[in-house]
Structures are given as C-alpha cells and as structure tokens.
Ligand binder design. Structure first.
Ligand SMILES: N[C@@H](CCC(=O)N[C@@H](CS)C(=O)NCC(=O)O)C(=O)O
Length: 211
C-alpha cells in the first residue's frame, strides 16, 4: 500500500535532508518524492499546487499539506506515535530552548550568515556536555536542522569550511554525536552532497589548470 506521508525533497537542500533523516531514523512510513531544484521541478504548475511557495521540503499527509521544515519536524515529532521524546521534548522548558534555536536558525542563516550560525551553535555546545545542543543527552530536531545546515559547508571548499569550523573547537564533536545518533541514515542522506562536492572540486581543478 502506498505511504500516506509524502516528503517532497531535494537531497542537495539542507532542510530536505533533515526531514529525510528524521523520517528514516524514526521509521516513519513515508514516500520520498524527489523535486530536482537544478532541473526547475519546483517551478512546475503541479508542484505549485503542492507548495505555492515553490520550495522544498514540503509534506503531504493524506489531505494535509505543510511547508517549512521546522513546522514539519514539529508536526512529525508530535503526530506520529513512537517518536522518542528527545526529538521534541514535552518538557516545556527544554522545548522552549529548542524553539529558540530553531527560530534563531531561520531568522539568521537563511540570510546567509553561515559563520555566525556556526559560532552560536558552538556557544550552545560549550554550555552543555557536547552531546547535543543545550547539554541535552540526545539530539533534538534543532540539532538535526543545524547539523544539516552546517554540512552544506562541504560545498564551499575544504579551505573555507575549515576556516569556519576549525576555530570552533567543540563543533566537530557535536556534529559527530548527531551523525552517530542518526547513522547510517545521516551518511546516506548526504551522499549526494559529497558527489556534488567531488564534482565541484574536479571542476575547480579544471578551471585552475586553464588559468
Ligand atoms: N525555511 C524553509 C526554507 C526552504 C528553502 O529555502 N528551500 C530551498 C532549498 S534549501 C528551495 O526550495 N529553494 C528553491 C527556491 O527558492 O526557488 C524551510 O526550512 O523549509
């Protein structure tokens, strides 16, 4: 039987990957529908009916449609039975901190403040036990969202990535914890990013050798 939950995503998109990893780790019954942004599949009239914003990710759960990855993660964590509490804790104080990080993420990084994002993530890690943001022992939807965002730095070249991540000494350990907690789905969801990275660096080599 076809899955009720459809996730429209492009794996080159950070919020799309966060959603796919969340669904896989929590064994949700879902169908991934690829919307290839590079091919402009998000600008078709069919996709416009699913998400008038023309963006991924978006979900269709039966007759219910929802865009915005954070809203989707909250919805999935709340509505689907069996999702462990640490993803979106019922404790309102812990949840409020997670909401704060999620809001901060969307009002900053989406404007391109990639290094500021990393600094704040690093500060959150410093205050806690490195395991997850705010010292939580296991990752929340905020950890997943931020780590997927920071993974996009793979596409800016190793030198630039290292110059951003290198000075923030706790970030690597925190990212590793989130990866481990979501393995092997984390690695699988990021395969395309690493293919793109290899393709981009091959292209850079070609460009440099022509100069
Ligand atoms: N705040 C949104 C951001 C969605 C977003 O920016 N999606 C990008 C890919 S990462 C997209 O679909 N871009 C295509 C476009 O805007 O034309 C979320 O978290 O879902």
């Amino acid at each position: 039987m076809a899955a009720m939950l459809k996730v429209y995503a492009d794996r080159l998109s950070q919020p799309s990957r966060a959603l796919i990893i969340f669904c896989r780790v929590n064994k949700l019954d879902f169908e991934e529908v690829t919307v290839n942004l590079g091919k402009g599949q998000h600008r078709t009239p069919e996709f416009n009916k699913i998400n008038p914003m023309g963006q991924v990710p978006v979900i269709v759960d039966g007759r219910f449609r929802l865009f915005e990855s954070h809203a989707i993660l909250r919805y999935l964590a709340t509505v689907f039975p069996g999702v462990p509490d640490h993803w979106y804790p019922v404790d309102l104080f812990t949840r409020a901190k997670i909401e704060s990080i999620l809001d901060w993420h969307h009002s900053n990084l989406r404007r391109g403040a990639e290094s500021a994002e990393v600094s704040v993530a690093n500060d959150h890690v410093r205050r806690g036990k490195e395991q997850a943001l705010n010292g939580n022992p296991q990752p929340s939807i905020a950890d997943l969202s931020l780590v997927c965002e920071i993974m996009q730095l793979e596409l800016v070249g190793d030198e630039r990535r290292d110059s951003i991540l290198g000075p923030r000494e706790k970030i690597g350990a925190w990212m590793e914890n989130v990866k481990k907690a979501t393995s092997p789905h984390f690695e699988e969801a990021h395969e395309l990013i690493f293919k793109m990275k290899a393709w981009l660096s091959a292209d850079r080599v070609k460009t440099v050798s022509k100069l």
